[in-house]
Design a protein around this ligand. Sequence first.
Ligand code: ATR
Length: 307
Amino acid sequence: MLHPGQTAINAATRLCAIFGSPVRHSASPAMHNAAFAELGLNWRYVACEVRPENLREALAGARAMGLAGLNLTVPHKLLAVPLMDELHETAKFWGSVNTIRFEGRKPGGPWLPLAEFDREPPAETRSHGFNTDAEGLSISLSEDLGVELPGAKVLLLGAGGAGRTAALKLAESQVAELFLVNRTASKTEEIAAEIRQRWPRVKVVVGYPRGRVNLVVNATSLGLKPEDPSPLDEKAFPLTQAEAVYDMVYKPAETKLLAAAKAADCRTASGLGMLVWQGAVAFMIWTGKQPPVAIMRNAAEHSVYAR
Ligand code: ATR
């Protein structure tokens, strides 16, 4: 999509990119290019199909070419951790990297975003890895669903990469009780053990809750394909027992889980907000500017649903 206010590409254009495999359906280029145009920044964002075996070289190339920043998606988020020159506390905390800022410094000077070296390239450069997924989820739960996490009872479905990050973020946000359900039970046991050690005040239960919960979160990939069953076993936990349901799947906009939740009078939200907010936080990390979130959301919606 062409944006009003977009500057022409020239020799001073700053570049950001997303590396992934597959990456063709990413909404991030649409979202970030709309945001750059809105702020009149001479920046562009592209998607690069990078295979895991080429990640190290691709990261070194991006740094050498002076890119301002990167996003990483499947399957790079964990692989990138040992490849970073510096890890922000968010990347250490969640154990994965979805946002990289390239930084530079003059001899003896402080590390600054590479984007600040307009006239003279810095003597030294480095990659700085962040994670904005967990923050994206918690802002979206609050903004899109009005959920107050401290003291809440939450049922979390899924214990893959996204499920683990969600579980740790919910525990860090001081939920009172966390119920973990996953097809492969050993993964929920591992996450439960980690939470009991790191946040002993959170009551973690492996399995479905008996009574009411404030929130159900789907962090499995079930729902992406039309033939997928719902990730929730409604015999084990009827949705009438939930106040709000969040589905990290955002395409289709209404999954079977969300349709059933609406029918049960729950408040509902798809994962589009999480996508937008993880991008908005990344935008701030690269540019140092307030992200135009409404513009980003519009662009993401258009990119995801209009094709
Ligand atoms: P992501 O990074 O998106 O979390 P992932 O790590 O591959 O991707 O995790 C996918 C999640 O969806 C897991 O919780 C997975 O369950 P398993 O741990 O048992 O594999 C869940 N999932 C995927 N397909 C599923 C299916 N057909 N039935 C139930 N759960 C499924």
